[in-house]
Ligand binder design. Structure first.
Ligand SMILES: Nc1ncnc2c1ncn2[C@@H]1O[C@H](COP(=O)(O)OP(=O)(O)OP(=O)(O)O)[C@@H](O)[C@H]1O
Length: 250
C-alpha cells in the first residue's frame, strides 16, 4: 500500500532520519517504536508529506503510494491527504458541531450530495469511530463539549469519513485515560480489519504489542529492526532493541 525507499529527512541541513526503507500492507497495523528523538514522528509525517510544511526540512528518497512516488514537488497534497489520513496526539476537533466535523472535508471534496447522503456518512463514520451510540442524539452540539477521549474518536471518525486507505496515528492515546485508550486501540484494530493500512507511533510498549501486527524500531535516526510484532517482542535480534524493551534506556 505504501512503501519508503532510502527515505531521509534533514532539518536545517542536519540529518534526523537516515536512509529508511519500510513497507506497509493493507489490513495491518504497524507500530513505530523507539526512544524519544529517534525519528518516529519525523518518519510518520513523511508519509502524507507533512514535513514539507516545516521550514528548512528536506525529504530525500522515495515514498511509493500504490507504487507511485509521491515525494515530488508536483504532488497534489489536497488529493493525497484525502486518502492518507492522520490523527494527532492531541484531539483537534474543529469548533463546529459533531456533524459538521464529520462533513467538513467530504463537502469540500464534493463527496456528499444532499441530506440523505450526509446523514448516512455521519452515521457510518461515527460508528467506525466507536462514537455513534454516545453522540447520536446530539449531533448538532459542539464537538468541543465532548470529553478528550470522545474528541479523539471524533477525529478518527472524521478521518474515516474521507474513506482513506492509510491512516497515520501519532501517539493518539498519550493524552487519554486507560478506558479511552482501550476503546481507541479497539477502533484501530477494527479499522485495519476493514482493509485500511494503519501506522501508529507509540511510546507505550504494551500498546504496540496489543494493537500491531508488525513493529519497526527506530534508534538515533536509524530504522534498526522490523518484523512481526510477536517476534520483535519475544525474540528481538538487535541488542539496542532488547535493551529498549527491557527498559534499559528510553
Ligand atoms: N520541526 C523540527 N525542526 C528541527 N528539528 C526537528 C523538528 N522535528 C524534529 N526534529 C528533530 O528530529 C529528531 C527526531 O525527532 P522526532 O520528533 O521525529 O522523534 P520522535 O522519535 O518522534 O521523538 P518523540 O518520541 O519524543 O516524539 C530530533 O533530533 C528532533 O530534535
Amino acid at each position: 500500500m505504501i512503501e519508503t525507499r532510502d527515505l531521509t529527512v534533514s532539518y536545517g541541513g542536519v540529518e534526523a532520519l537516515h536512509a529508511t526503507s519500510l513497507e506497509f500492507q493493507a489490513g495491518q497495523v504497524t507500530a513505530l517504536i523507539g526512544p524519544s528523538g529517534c525519528g518516529k514522528s519525523t518518519f510518520l509525517r513523511c508519509l502524507n508529506l507533512m514535513n514539507r510544511e516545516i521550514p528548512g526540512c528536506c525529504v530525500g528518497g522515495s515514498i511509493l503510494y500504490h507504487g507511485r512516488d509521491v515525494n515530488t514537488a508536483k504532488e497534489n497534497l489536497f488529493e493525497l491527504r484525502k486518502s492518507i489520513g492522520m490523527v494527532f496526539q492531541q484531539p483537534t476537533p474543529f469548533r463546529k458541531s459533531i456533524r459538521e466535523n464529520i462533513l467538513f472535508a467530504p463537502k469540500r471534496h464534493g463527496l456528499v450530495a444532499g441530506r440523505e447522503q450526509e446523514d448516512a456518512l455521519v452515521e457510518e463514520s461515527l460508528r467506525a469511530g466507536a462514537l455513534w451510540d454516545e453522540v447520536k442524539d446530539k449531533l448538532d452540539k459542539s464537538a468541543c463539549a465532548l470529553s478528550g477521549g470522545q474528541q479523539q474518536r471524533l477525529c478518527i471518525a472524521r478521518t474515516l469519513a474521507m474513506r482513506p486507505d492509510v491512516v497515520l496515528f501519532d501517539e493518539p492515546c498519550s493524552a487519554l485515560d486507560p478506558i479511552s485508550t482501550y476503546t481507541i486501540e479497539e477502533t484501530i484494530r477494527a479499522i485495519a480489519e476493514r482493509g485500511i493500512c494503519a501506522i501508529i507511533v507509540t511510546h507505550n510498549m504494551e500498546q504496540a504489542a496489543r494493537v500491531s501486527d508488525r513493529t519497526a524500531f527506530f534508534y538515533l535516526g536509524d530504522m534498526v529492526e522490523t518484523g512481526d510484532t510477536k517476534q520483535i517482542f519475544s525474540a528481538p535480534r538487535d541488542a539496542r532493541l532488547a535493551d529498549y524493551l527491557t527498559g534499559r534506556f528510553g
